[in-house]
Design a protein around this ligand. Structure first.
Ligand SMILES: [Zn+2]
Length: 414
């Protein structure tokens, strides 16, 4: 009897292994035939793009498809092929709805809205890691239409958490929401955040320059990114930039750097000091820090200085990513915060259409530390957005979507 059971299990295991390897042996090849393909500088090239499973395996400029017998061909004549877009500042699960069904609807609706808009990657800047991990997994397994989700653990001082947790039911620390003081074991805090599946530590508020340096150093050692608010109070934007974080969020907070005496977030930030601004922006550039400007959110809150700062940052060569920090379901059906953020870069910050599109793709991927996406090239993930008309010629055409492809899976807009 015992022997039979063992044999049965061995047989089952063998069947699974065989089935699995058989599935692996037949790669799925899809060809996007005869379109306009953008390179990493957003120059156009006419050609066809070959996708094998989840990866771009060839870009053919002669449209000779003779070696691809049996591939699925999608004719994209006259259409425009871009890398999938990245929103570098979203909050999917920061205040989850206590009703599970309502929360699931909220998550699914906004994630599919992102996919429809060509967004294949998002960076979530603090939220409940259990919920985020669940949706990240569901998206990775293609169980739901969703961009790839990368998320952060929120590190802040006690004054911040005391003020926000007064009315919260979940009013204690967790690996993704951590009070940091001078006595915190930062090594362990970072390790626990990593255990919760985060890609970065979000340096949020109420931390000293010394503590920020310590967090950044430890995060780097444990191969995590450091994503910081521009002004952390008491640490200034210059302190944050000196700590060599990977990115700084909210351009409109940068003028706090010019405060006389102690910086205070209850007060409006001072006017821009051009000399000091250039000094800070050049420090950011030298330390390869990406500015996650979030101008659309700032604009909605009437913080207009953010745009002037973003404009100057771009002139000086600081990399700027496209992060919205604005809920997707606040917008009408065919409108997305990401598109509005891109529009502000072009209309108010003197970005060319090409520059803004590079920010929304290549720099977006870089701001999460991802080397496998952000440009259309052999070996990169097949994260692709296809439009019916040319967004470089007119940025409004970015809304003229044909299909979104994420990891080789095709999503047609509903
Ligand atoms: Zn935010």
């Amino acid at each position: 009897m015992k022997k039979e059971i063992v044999l049965f299990f061995m047989f089952s295991l063998l069947t699974i292994i065989t089935a699995h390897s058989q599935r692996k042996e037949v790669p799925k090849v899809t060809i996007l035939k005869n379109g306009f393909i953008f390179d990493d500088k957003f120059e156009l090239h006419k050609g066809s793009l070959v996708i094998t499973d989840a990866t771009i395996t060839a870009i053919l400029y002669d449209n000779n498809l003779s070696e691809y017998v049996g591939a699925t061909i999608i004719d994209i004549t006259g259409k425009y092929v871009l890398p999938g877009l990245t929103d570098t500042h979203v909050h999917l699960a920061t205040v989850p709805d206590p009703d599970r069904e309502k929360n699931a609807k909220y998550m699914n609706d906004q994630l599919s809205k992102m996919i429809d808009a060509g967004i294949t990657t998002v960076r979530d800047m603090t939220g409940n890691a259990i919920i985020l991990a669940d949706y990240k997994r569901a998206g990775n397994l293609n169980q739901i239409p969703a961009p790839s989700i990368f998320y952060a653990a929120q590190f802040a001082g006690p004054a911040y958490f005391n003020s926000i947790r007064k009315h919260s039911k979940e009013n204690k620390d967790s690996p993704w929401e951590r009070t940091i003081t001078d006595t915190t074991d930062v090594k362990m805090a970072v390790a626990e955040a990593k255990g919760a599946g985060v890609t970065g530590i979000k340096i949020y508020a109420d931390l000293s320059a010394r503590l920020i340096k310590k967090i950044v150093k430890e995060a780097k050692r444990q191969r995590l990114q450091s994503w910081s608010h521009a002004a952390v109070f008491p640490a200034t934007p210059t302190d944050v930039a000196s700590a060599k974080v990977n990115s700084m969020s909210h351009a409109f907070d940068i003028p706090y750097d010019f405060s006389e005496g102690k910086m205070d977030h209850h007060k409006k930030p001072p006017a821009i000091d051009d000399k000091k601004l250039d000094k800070l922006l050049l420090l950011m550039k030298g330390n390869n820090i990406i500015l996650d400007a979030t101008n659309y959110m700032a604009h909605n809150n009437k913080f207009f200085d953010g745009m002037k700062i973003t404009k100057r940052a771009h002139e000086l060569g600081v990399k700027v990513s496209v992060g919205t920090d604005w809920p997707y379901l606040f917008e009408e059906v065919n409108s997305t915060p990401l598109f509005k953020e891109i529009k502000i870069l072009i209309d108010d910050c003197h970005f060319t259409n090409k520059d803004a599109l590079i920010s929304a793709t290549k720099i977006g991927a870089e701001s999460i530390g991802l080397e496998d996406r952000g440009v259309l090239a052999v070996g990169k993930r097949a994260d692709i957005y296809i439009t019916n008309s040319d967004p470089v010629e007119n940025i409004e055409n970015l809304k003229d979507s044909f299909i979104t492809i994420k990891a080789g899976i095709i999503y047609t807009k509903k």
